[in-house]
Design a protein around this ligand. Sequence first.
Ligand code: SF4
Length: 277
Amino acid sequence: MNVWNIVDSSLVNEDREYQENRKAKDSWWPSEALGCRRRAYYDLTIGRDQGKAMDILGLYRTKAGNVLHSWFFAAVANSGAFDWVEEEWAFRTPVDGLEMPVSGRQDVRGQLKGSSTVTVIDLKTSFGQNIRNIRQAGWRAIHPHYLGQMLCYLAFGSADEVILAFLGRDDQYRCQFTLTLDDDGRVVVDGNRSRVSVESVVGRWQDAEKALREKNAPERDFRAAIRDGEIVRFFQRQGKKFASDWQCRYCPYNEHCWADDLAKYRSGVNQEAFNDV
Ligand code: SF4
């Protein structure tokens, strides 16, 4: 008996079942607040047919993250720190200027003892340089992508504040930040105004909805490095590194989106795509 064959198959079957039961997209999700407009366009057009299934390493990565998150949120929810607490709280909120509502799920939300505000707790886990950056630079190193997601909880998910916790998966470094929205709709992190605002997030989604009406895929917001017909983490030329954005590496449409370059650079690298760097 090979135990890993059994576990691999169980992960693949679980994912297949999830994909088959997935509803067609009909709302904007917090996790894509500052995501790629073109990817959103693909989600809404070719999504169900052309999106690639995740590879087995991706399935393990996701499963490990999910297990860690479940354990973390159960520990927080059962800590006795709240007057009331809810888990897996879902919202679906219409937004001025958008055709689709914003919908999402907050893992843990509640009122901390003695507080009159609603606090959402969220966890991000990461490895290596990402966590080292946060350790060194603090809130400034938080990826805007995460701030966009938390903004949705604050602006559209009726939260007054978010406690955003980080855990280093390789060094167990732990820290947290408190996020609120100011009167201009900007995310404030531990008292510092960030650049991420309701206006910037809604503006991106408006662009994607316009592209959909015009049936015209938007420009790419991210970039893939291609070498010999494959999307790679990076390639080097004349001592310079040209790296794929992680959004493209993990995008289920990357082969569709970059089909022309994948064919054109069957041998060689797509340095042209980095001309403006
Ligand atoms: S491959 Fe990159 S640019 Fe293309 S849709 Fe996906 S994230 Fe956007």
